[in-house]
Design a protein around this ligand. Structure first.
Ligand code: BEZ
Length: 241
């Protein structure tokens, strides 16, 4: 069996970016024209997501779903940006296929930009390559990477899927709801949380402070350990200071 030494495989190393880092203000060509990331985002949140290749089946279903959900992202003040190692010309042509796959009215515009990274500059710097999946010439394809960037241009979340597993864009919307709620309120969201569900009081908040911070009430579940860490409160509607 052939052994791969990933440490020496520069293009496939994990990215150095950590949550809270300022996302690189890259410049690139996209189906919406030349873009500079921070200017393009302005005061919005951003989701930058890569896909392996244009004209491939899983990617077509993913971008189709992202296009359907695009009004939901806009409602949340989120700008979507897709990216792959194909050219602008291919992106324009493929986006027509995606619209047809979605049965969208002929002539409708694809709702968000697709970035052309045919020189592989961004996928390499941002660590978006999947070493397990190669094109016909043996070059690694881009993985299914998701970066959520806040209005402060900091990285809020990253998810990395291999090329062979399609993402769930409803889940990406769900995490954005959690990220936006927890950006303004000192709460955390539990497993499978949905907007409107109760949220959790984080362990860092002492019991006395929790009572004043959450006037809607705090419910603490009794546990065999006797420790009072499982604390719920109704989802706050306002921005807590
Ligand atoms: C796809 O999008 O269908 C795909 C791309 C690369 C590897 C596997 C599947």
């Amino acid at each position: 069996m052939q052994h791969r030494d990933r440490e020496t495989d520069r293009c496939c190393r994990m990215p150095g970016m950590l949550l809270g880092d300022i996302f690189p203000n890259f410049e690139a060509d996209s189906t919406f024209g030349r873009m500079k990331l921070h200017d393009y985002l302005g005061d919005s949140w951003g989701v930058l997501f890569s896909h392996p290749r244009d004209f491939t089946p899983v990617c077509t279903t993913e971008l189709g779903r992202a296009a359907q959900l695009s009004p939901e992202f806009s409602k949340r003040n989120v700008k979507l940006m897709a990216l792959s190692v194909d050219s602008l010309e291919q992106h324009h042509s493929w986006s027509k296929d995606i619209m047809a796959y979605n049965n969208t009215e002929p002539g409708s515009e694809f709702p968000f930009p697709i970035i052309a990274d045919d020189r592989r500059e961004l996928v390499e710097t941002l660590g978006m390559l999947d070493p397990e999946e190669k094109d016909q010439s043996g070059m690694p394809l881009s993985a299914r990477c998701v970066f959520v960037i806040g209005p402060d241009k900091k990285l809020k979340l990253s998810i990395l899927y291999p090329a062979t597993t399609g993402r769930n864009f409803d889940e990406i919307l769900r995490v954005i709801d959690s990220l936006q709620l927890t950006a303004h309120n000192r709460v955390a969201t539990p497993v499978d949380w949905r907007p409107g569900n109760s949220v959790m009081v984080p362990p860092s908040i002492p019991e006395t402070e929790a009572a004043t911070l959450f006037p809607a009430g705090v419910y603490t579940k009794d546990l065999p350990s006797g420790k009072k860490y499982l604390r719920y409160t109704p989802q706050p509607n306002t921005h807590q200071q």
